[in-house]
Structure formats: C-alpha cells, structure tokens
Design a protein around this ligand. Structure first.
Ligand code: ADP
Ligand code: ASP
Ligand code: MG
Length: 435
C-alpha cells in the first residue's frame, strides 16, 4: 500500500480537487492524506486569535465569511442535487462546531478544535467527490489513531497499534484521512504543528510499513534553494534521507521539519510530486546515494543566538555540561553551537524561556543575546567537494555579517547564522556561487 499526501493548494479549489481525484483513482490501493483547503488554517488561526482576545463578533464575522466560501465550493464541486445536499450538510455541521466555540469562555482545547475543522471538511468533501464519481472511497478518521505523547511528540507505537483495527473495520481500496490533526494524552484534539500533514503521511507510512510515501504539492519537487526568495532555482532528482531531513529541519517549507524521520527509520522512500503536473518526475528521497556534491540551501528564521563568555571556561572541564544543563532544564533544544577558548555561542529556535535561561546563565559568565537571526544551511556531500566548497561558501558570504558558522557536526551540512534581514541576499549569493 502507498500513502499519498496532498497539500493545501492541491485541494484548494474544486478544479484541483478533481485533479486529486484523477491522480488517486489509478486502481492501486492507497491511503490519501489531505490538508485543509489553502488559506483555511490561517483563517482558523485568525478566528481563534479573535476569540482569545474576546472579540467574539469579529470571530463570528470571519466564520460567516469562511462559510460563504465553502458553500460556493460545494455548489461547484458536485454535479447532483444529492451530493450538493450532502456537501452542504457537512459544511453546516462543521461550521456549527466553529460557532459553538464562540460561546462561553475561550480555552486552549477550543483553539485546537477550531484548527481541526479545515482537514475534517476537506476530507469529507473529497470523499463525497469520489463517491459521486463512482469510486469506492472511505474516510479514515485520523483522530482515532494519530497520537502525540506528553512531550507533544508523535507516538508511533500508539499510532501503529491504533491504525490497524481502524483499517480492518473500514475496508476500502482508497482511504481518505486528515493530515495535521491528532489527539493528545488527554484524548483532546491537538495537532502536529503547522504544515504537519506531511508528517502525518510519513507517520502513517511507517505505521503500516507502506511501499512508498508520495507528497503531492504545488511545485515539481525539492529545489536547490528556496524559490520564494531566490531566482532560478532548480529541481533535485534525488536526495538522501539525511540530506532531506536536514533541509526540512532547517526551514525548507516544502516539508514539515520532522517529515523524513519516520520514513528514514522505516526505510520507506518519499517521493515529492506536483499535483499540477502529475507526469513530471519529482524528487525521490531515499537511502540510495546517486550523486555527490552540494545539493541545496535552506533557511530557518526566528532564531536567537546566545553567547556566554567566561574565563572559567579556559582549560576547565564540565563547563559545557553545566551550560547545556540550563537549556535541558527549560526543555529548549539547541540548533547550532560554536566555541572558542573562552566563549561559547549557541542558537535556539524557541525563546519561550529565554529570561529564565539568561538568568541562570549569568552564573557562568557574561551573556549576550541576538534575536531575529536566520540559520542558512548548505546541505550536500562536503567530503567529495573538499577542494572547492569552503571557498565557494566563504566567497558567497562577502559583505554578510555572519554571526556563527558550524561545520563538521556531520559531513553534509554547513550552517551559517546571519541577521534575518540578510537572508534573501545570502540565499541568492549562495545560489549564484554554488550551483
Ligand atoms: P503544501 O500546501 O502542499 O504542503 P507548502 O506551501 O507547504 O505546500 O510547500 C510547498 C512550497 O514550499 C512551494 O510552493 C515553495 O514555495 C516552498 N519551498 C520552500 N523551499 C523549497 C524548496 N527547497 N523546494 C521546493 N519548494 C520549496
Ligand atoms: N492545514 C495545516 C496548515 O496549514 C497543515 C498542513 O497544511 O500541512 O498548517
Ligand atoms: Mg506544507
């Protein structure tokens, strides 16, 4: 069995939903993971922000505008009165759920219920579309098997044990299921963070030991740089799991940061495909090395750099352990680290506990903080390009105020920390110099 995932744009209009139908009805059994229609999750976030601020009328206005959009979608999507009625029924049910959240006092669990409606609606609409066109397809409710643990990490063991009985009860050739949403240890609705449908797909792939996971999106595959900021990027045919994992983690928006991990562990290849051009090759992510050299550049914003300077570090042991202990205490993971004899610089992407962390770090030495930084990550096989890659990277950085550089943690990654406002220029210069 294969797992196919379609993102927001791929299900973003009745026309695109029909393209999805054509792609998935090739006669092969599959589980199809769908995102919410593009823009919907952003609107749902807007609604919960209004409710958080107790602006109920604004929330209701946005809900009503969104409902109008969906009514138009239903009118266009189905041919028959029967399916138009079924579609409208689904819209009524889920929008009633949204209006329900505007009553009473607002809380975190309500926010998650609001965010979940996008995927619940899109999957129901596409299942009806398939049925109206004579295809047997069943909804596979992801809230019955997708789970996260107390640390908000996907719980693959639980997912595995829960998905099998669900698949046995609802026998079908095509299963349609919701990306992104899940339940937590309290059995409340929760999610895998923004862009999480990709992660749903590989988690399901690992849980059922799928033959392959295909991520269908609005671009022809993984590009060697971020096409939103850089001109003339090109598609990569093959990536290693480790390379793709690194690029996703360091900001390549095409994949949720954790997408590759379940696939890599289960050795299930991931193919990136374009819904708008289904016959194009796309990108294959697997454990097979096909080419060497530098592959791609990605960037991750919202990084905070912290420098701790202390003479006590000189020739001393135990200093780094003590520093790391502070980050561990506040459950804050460190992305980059560089050291000199008397200072250590590191970067974090979650500064929720920054004040507590800084207060405790004061004990070890003087601290310095730089916010609004970006990690630019160059990925590929550095060993094979030893002669030129360092020169090319450093040449490209001319005129960029680099805050940190890290190489050697692995043989396939150079990370460069720069102020956010230099991101576009850095990406473009690296692109020009490396590819
Ligand atoms: P979906 O809704 O299908 O999940 P996303 O918007 O999350 O789609 O991801 C696809 C987008 O990722 C592309 O349209 C592109 O703008 C962006 N992107 C960023 N970096 C890359 C990259 N290296 N290769 C391809 N696309 C990228
Ligand atoms: N709909 C969710 C989001 O917009 C999940 C996804 O699209 O992957 O973040
Ligand atoms: Mg996405």
């Amino acid at each position: 069995m294969k797992v196919f995932k379609f993102g927001g744009t791929s299900v973003g209009s009745p026309e695109n939903m029909r393209s999805v139908m054509n792609i998935i009805t090739d006669g092969e059994p599959k589980i199809v993971v769908l995102s919410a229609m593009s823009g919907t999750t952003n609107t749902l976030v807007e609604i919960s922000d209004f409710l958080y601020k107790d602006l109920k009328n604004d929330a209701r206005r946005v809900i009503s505008e969104l409902k109008d959009k969906y009514i138009k979608v239903v009118e266009e999507l189905y041919e028959s009165e029967e399916y138009k009625a079924k579609g409208l029924d689904i819209i009524d049910t889920h929008f009633a759920k949204l209006y329900e959240q505007t009553e009473g006092e607002f809380g975190a669990t309500m926010e998650q219920v609001i965010l979940a409606q996008g995927e619940l609606i899109s999957t129901a609409l596409v299942t009806f579309l398939l049925n109206e066109n004579g295809h047997k397809a069943e909804l596979l409710p992801s809230l019955e098997f997708m789970r996260i643990n107390a640390d908000k990490q996907a719980d693959l063991k639980e997912i595995k044990s829960r998905i099998k009985p669900v698949l046995e009860v609802t026998k079908s050739e095509i299963y349609i299921t919701q990306g992104f949403i899940c339940r937590n240890i309290y059995d409340d609705i929760d999610n895998l963070q923004r862009g999480g449908s990709d992660y749903t797909a590989t988690l399901i792939g690992a849980a059922i030991d799928a033959e392959e996971v295909q991520i269908w999106t609005d671009i022809d595959g993984f590009h060697n740089n971020d096409p939103r900021f850089v001109e003339k990027t090109t598609r990569i045919d093959n990536l290693l799991f480790s390379e793709a994992a690194e690029l996703a983690y360091f900001g390549a928006k095409i994949l949720h940061p954790l997408t590759i991990l379940p696939a890599q562990e289960a050795n299930i290849s991931v193919r990136l495909k374009n819904t708008m051009d289904p016959s194009a090759t796309g990108t294959l992510i697997s454990n097979k090395k096909t080419t060497s050299g530098l592959k791609a550049v990605a960037a991750k914003d919202g990084i905070t750099a912290i420098k701790i300077r202390s003479d006590r570090m000189l020739m001393a042991y135990g200093f780094l352990r003590a520093v790391f202990g502070v980050f561990e205490k506040y459950k804050t993971s460190i992305d980059m680290i560089t050291t000199s004899e008397v200072a250590v610089s590191l970067s974090i992407d979650n500064d929720k506990y920054i004040d507590n962390i800084l207060e405790e770090l004061e004990e070890f030495g003087d601290t310095e903080v730089d916010k609004n930084q970006t990690i630019v990550c160059v990925v590929g096989d550095m060993a094979s390009e030893e002669k030129v890659f360092a020169k090319n990277i450093f040449d490209a950085l001319e005129g960029i105020p680099v805050r940190m550089i890290s190489y050697g943690g692995s043989q396939h990654n150079v990370s460069i920390l720069i102020p956010e406002k230099y991101k576009k220029a850095t990406l473009q210069k690296l692109s020009d110099n490396l590819f």
